[in-house]
Design a protein around this ligand. Structure first.
Ligand SMILES: Cc1cc2nc3c(=O)[nH]c(=O)nc-3n(C[C@H](O)[C@H](O)[C@H](O)COP(=O)(O)O)c2cc1C
Ligand code: SF4
Length: 345
């Protein structure tokens, strides 16, 4: 496979991208206590925007106050956050790389971080809570659109609220939001439809979702295939992550390559594979398996210019050692990655 495929324009659904390397959604854990975005984060997006990337996905940004997943998470639940969104959209897209804002609700992960507001889970929500949640995704998406983003991504992965709806072990509902795969996926479909209502059909819409469950069951795979088939044409691309989304250490190969290979044969939507890409070899393997693009998080935290290194050298290998330092709050660690002495602009 020629390396140039990573750096040549392509289209995923309605989203035009200058290449197939994606910066995966990555929280920097540095927002102000009120959810506003500090300069250190905007400057990181500016650095990423200068790289030969095809797409930048922002950190998951909270759509509703009770869903704040940690005290350092960015917010977009009110128009007061529009200027923050504008700064990130402008900084990331200044050199022509499109950026989409990832929208999420922490659900149970917001416990202890949402100022004592009710903690939402699939089992304790009324239908009117679900309707309000769906509306909050639509309103947040419209803010992202007004801020100048090229689209949005629904965070349906990693056991946040949308993700929990899809797992039977977290969703015991007996109404139309529980039971069958399509029922458990309904809240994601409704959020997507609401985004289309507020932002229009032409506004690109992506989804991130886990490609497996804890035990890697066939049942989960079949449910996911059914769910994704039900939204062909609704999402422009789906990023496939997994139950164990970011294992520590140095990966030998991309984490979810086998899932991509299977899904590719069964669903039509363009698939983005995320997780464990540290050199060109894994990226080629994923593209050959049927991924339309490949997505990285920690390699870009570690070396924001890693895409340039990949373009310049066939032998570039990420320095990320999977230590987990980047999961700590920024105010405590003081830099984005343990290997970065500082965060220069
Ligand atoms: C510090 C950190 C923050 C992350 N924040 C998000 C996030 O906001 N939304 C999301 O979908 N995934 C998030 N992830 C997961 C990554 O997008 C990615 O799925 C995972 O790290 C595997 O990719 P990697 O091996 O390239 O790091 C985060 C990962 C890290 C390390
Ligand atoms: S802090 Fe550790 S895990 Fe995070 S990007 Fe840096 S080396 Fe990788």
């Amino acid at each position: 496979m020629e390396k140039s495929i990573l750096f040549t324009s392509c289209t995923l659904g309605k989203l035009s991208m200058p290449g197939r390397l994606v910066r995966s959604a990555t929280e920097l854990f540095c927002a102000e206590p009120d959810g506003h975005v500090p300069a250190v984060e905007t400057e990181e997006y500016r650095r990423l925007g200068k790289q030969p990337l095809g797409l930048i996905v922002t950190a998951h940004t909270c759509v509703s106050p009770e869903g704040r997943a940690n005290p350092w998470q960015n917010a977009v639940w009110d128009d007061e956050f529009l200027p923050d969104a504008v700064r990130i959209a402008d900084a990331s897209q200044a050199e022509g790389v499109p950026a989409v804002m990832q929208l999420g609700h922490g659900g149970a992960k917001a416990e202890g971080h949402n100022g004592g507001l009710p903690v939402l889970t699939p089992d304790n929500m009324t239908e009117s809570d679900i309707a309000a949640l769906v509306r909050s995704f639509g309103a947040a998406a419209l803010r992202a659109k007004r801020a100048g983003f090229s689209g949005i991504m629904l965070h349906g992965a990693h056991l946040y609220l949308l993700s929990r709806f899809f797992y039977p072990r977290f969703n015991h509902r007996t109404d139309r939001y529980g039971g069958s795969a399509l029922n458990r996926f309904r809240v994601i479909r409704e959020a997507a439809e609401e985004v289309k209502k507020t932002c229009g059909d032409a506004f690109p819409l992506l989804l991130k979702i886990n490609g497996d469950d804890e035990a890697g069951t066939e049942e989960y795979h079949r449910d996911l295939v059914d769910a994704l088939r039900s939204v062909s044409g609704c999402f422009d691309a789906v990023e496939i992550s997994g139950w164990n989304s970011a294992p520590g250490g140095v990966p030998e190969r991309p984490f979810f390559i086998d899932n991509i290979r299977r899904l590719r044969n069964e669903v039509e939507l363009p698939l983005i594979e995320v997780g464990g890409f540290r050199s060109l070899a894994g990226m080629f393997e994923a593209l050959e398996a049927g991924a339309s693009a490949v997505s990285m998080s920690r390699p870009l935290l570690c070396e924001p210019d890693f895409p340039t290194k990949l373009r310049m050298s066939d032998d570039a290998v990420s320095r990320c050692r999977g230590c987990g330092f980047c999961y700590r709050p920024y105010p405590e660690r003081g830099r984005l990655c343990c290997l970065r002495a500082e965060d220069p602009s």
